[in-house]
Write a protein that binds this ligand. Structure first.
Ligand code: ATR
Length: 283
């Protein structure tokens, strides 16, 4: 431990694999400054086989909470002793809190994060529109229920492994709202361009060509990437080639979900404006 850390009152981190790209520490520093908290916020890289051990170690060494990122959101749900309603609905959590009695609480703030970013920051109405979610992993689990609550006309989940998309539809099938439809990328070829496309895959990040048919986005589409980067992401470059009307990275969602995590941990909801302006290019 560094000397300066002896004065730190609370200790948090984000855990993922890989995680070195994460800008969550920048965001939480802005929030801690606003609330007057003394908070340290670390990056923990843990491969799936070492995830539980890494959480246990952080907890045992004075950690008070964790943000969870790819690929651990479903594992974090499984190790939670209690779960908030959004986490239970998703079967995945992105926020862990270590309770005073030693138990671990899991919450999912991804859904509220994306809904706030789309509807408030982007002023984009979701009711009655056609939404396509690309990907069926932990990130999709968190956003699916809240997107269905916004009453789109249609919600399609397309995934490389179709079974994963079917599993997700089955998981949400107790939901009172209309069911989403699961399909392969190939099946998207016959469909009209969607109003809103959300990329929740990690496709393209290793330089491979994106497997999404170009016809599913068009000149009236809003293409939203859950990923964020100081450069244009592969999905947003793909969207530009499809002449999409509007594109956005997931920076706003990251900021909004972080503010909800901060609220859970500290009972204080930070103003997100300063962090929203502090985009990755300038962070
Ligand atoms: P996260 O928690 O971010 O959702 P994840 O649970 O590992 O991460 O899910 C990653 C998603 O990206 C999955 O939908 C995955 O598809 P599979 O279910 O077929 O694994 C998708 N994905 C990853 N690499 C991809 C690629 N090269 N092409 C298409 N989809 C890809």
């Amino acid at each position: 431990m560094k000397n300066s850390e002896h004065t730190v009152l609370s200790r948090y981190a984000v855990i993922g694999h890989p995680v070195e790209h994460s800008l969550s520490p920048v965001i939480h520093k802005l929030f801690a400054d606003q609330s007057g908290e003394k908070m340290s916020y670390e990056l923990i890289d843990a491969a799936p086989a070492h995830f539980e051990e890494a959480v246990e170690h952080f907890k045992a060494t004075g950690g008070q909470g964790l943000n969870i990122t790819v690929p651990h959101k479903e594992s974090a749900f499984r190790l939670s002793d209690e779960t908030g309603p959004e986490g239970a609905r998703a079967g995945a959590v992105n926020t862990l809190s270590f309770l005073p009695d030693g138990r671990v609480r899991g919450d999912n703030t991804d859904g509220i994060g994306i809904i706030r970013d789309l509807t408030i920051n982007h002023n984009h109405s979701l009711a009655g529109i056609r939404i396509l979610i690309l990907g069926a992993g932990g990130a999709t689990r968190g956003i699916l229920g809240p997107l269905l609550d916004a009453l789109p006309n249609e919600l399609v989940i397309a995934n490389r492994t179709i079974d994963h998309a079917h599993k997700l539809v089955k998981h949400i099938s107790d939901d009172k709202n209309a069911l989403p439809h699961a399909c392969s990328f190939e099946e998207l070829k016959g469909m009209d361009p969607f109003d809103l496309l959300i990329n929740a895959t990690s496709a393209g990040l290793k330089g491979e060509i994106l497997p999404f048919p170009t016809g599913c986005a068009g000149p009236k589409s809003f293409c939203y990437d859950l990923a964020y980067s100081s450069k244009e992401t592969p999905f947003l470059a793909w969207a530009r080639q499809c002449s999409a009307e509007k594109t956005s990275s997931g920076w706003g969602m990251l900021v909004e979900q972080a503010a909800e995590s901060f609220l859970i941990w500290k009972g204080f909801r930070p103003e997100t404006g300063p962090a929203l302006e502090n985009t990755p290019a300038s962070a």
